[in-house]
Design a protein around this ligand. Structure first.
Ligand code: AMP
Ligand code: MG
Length: 304
């Protein structure tokens, strides 16, 4: 299959996917690298293109109005979350059905499901009418893409086509909540722990210590630049003074926390493009989506 670059033609992208191709797909969180979940060869191409270990399980994306019960067993808590936040930036980890192949879950007995809210993603998933895996469309461990151009920059010709849906407006990966015998927040995102508790009447176990979710590595989302973390702009200035002037420095900070999430990854990419040596990132307040930003910044700053 020859590369056809970036398109806004949903039917063309869906046809390529249905033939076993891999497609850059917009969502409200980040761009995904899509393949038909039930096509083993296509899913393996996704792992190989990203350089992602094959035992890191993938999220299955579904169109609105899909029959969820074909894919997973959603208990009362999971249904409350699905009703409250789908379509949207929330992934539910639930027991899987026999429809879900081992190559998607790494052989686990659970499956991660999400119905995204991005209108182009919804049209695409509706046209495909089947489960679609879509891990972030970047090389493993690197900064996630939030525009079609980022996908092209990272994966270029290894993708069959990139469906353009404009810049992602959430900007960080989905919140993951496990609804099995354990009720736990596995990854912070735009949907906060508080919102999860309010919608379910239950308080999920918080993330503490090393994550139990496979693939949640300490170093991830990492730009080429070294990332230093501080808690205020003043502190950023103090740290800047200590840095040798031969190093170019970029201070990453947004007053508005939603804007911070939206532009987190493109700012890190811009720093790399400008060959910045050190990014001093100001951590936002630790609540709501601020926690997701702090989580991603910590991984971008971790020793590699
Ligand atoms: P992403 O990297 O955004 O594609 O999200 C995938 C992450 O979701 C994985 O790295 C896991 O942490 C989690 N996940 C997905 N499927 C499963 C599963 N079946 N069991 C446990 N965790 C899962
Ligand atoms: Mg990723």
């Amino acid at each position: 299959m020859t590369s056809v670059g970036i398109t806004s033609d949903v039917s063309q992208a869906a046809a390529i996917l249905l033939k076993g191709g891999i497609v850059g797909m917009p969502t409200e969180t980040v761009y995904g690298l899509a393949a038909l979940a039930r096509n083993e060869k296509a899913v393996h191409r996704v792992f190989d293109t990203k350089g992602r270990p094959r035992n890191h399980p993938l999220i299955v994306h579904l169109a609105p109005d899909s029959d969820l019960h074909r894919w997973g067993i959603l208990d009362e808590t999971a249904m409350k979350l699905a009703n409250a936040f789908w379509p949207g930036p929330l992934t539910l980890l639930v027991p899987r059905t026999s429809l879900v192949p081992d190559w998607v879950t790494g052989g686990r007995d659970t499956v991660a499901l999400r119905i995204p809210s991005h209108p182009v993603a919804q049209n695409f998933l509706t046209a495909v009418n089947d489960g679609v895996v879509a891990p972030s469309a970047n090389r493993f461990g690197k900064v996630s893409p939030t525009t079609a151009q980022h996908v092209l920059d990272d994966l270029g010709d290894s993708v069959d086509v990139i469906l353009d849906g404009g810049p992602c407006n959430v900007g960080v990966e989905s919140t993951i909540v496990e609804c099995t015998t354990t009720f736990q927040l596995l990854r912070p995102g735009a949907i906060s722990e508080n919102e999860v508790a309010l919608a379910t009447g239950r308080i999920p176990t918080s993330i503490s210590g090393p994550s139990r979710a496979p693939g949640m590595l300490e170093s991830h989302y990492a730009p080429d630049a070294k990332v230093l973390l501080v808690d205020s702009l003043q502190e950023a200035e103090v740290v800047r003074q200590t840095i040798d002037s031969t190093n170019s420095v970029f201070i990453l900070h947004f007053e508005n926390v939603s804007e911070y999430a939206e532009h987190l990854y493109d700012s890190l990419r811009a720093a790399d493009q400008q060959k910045v040596a050190i990014v001093i990132a100001v951590r936002p307040q630790p609540n709501g989506i601020g926690l997701a930003i702090i989580d991603r910044l910590a991984k971008a700053a971790a020793t590699r």
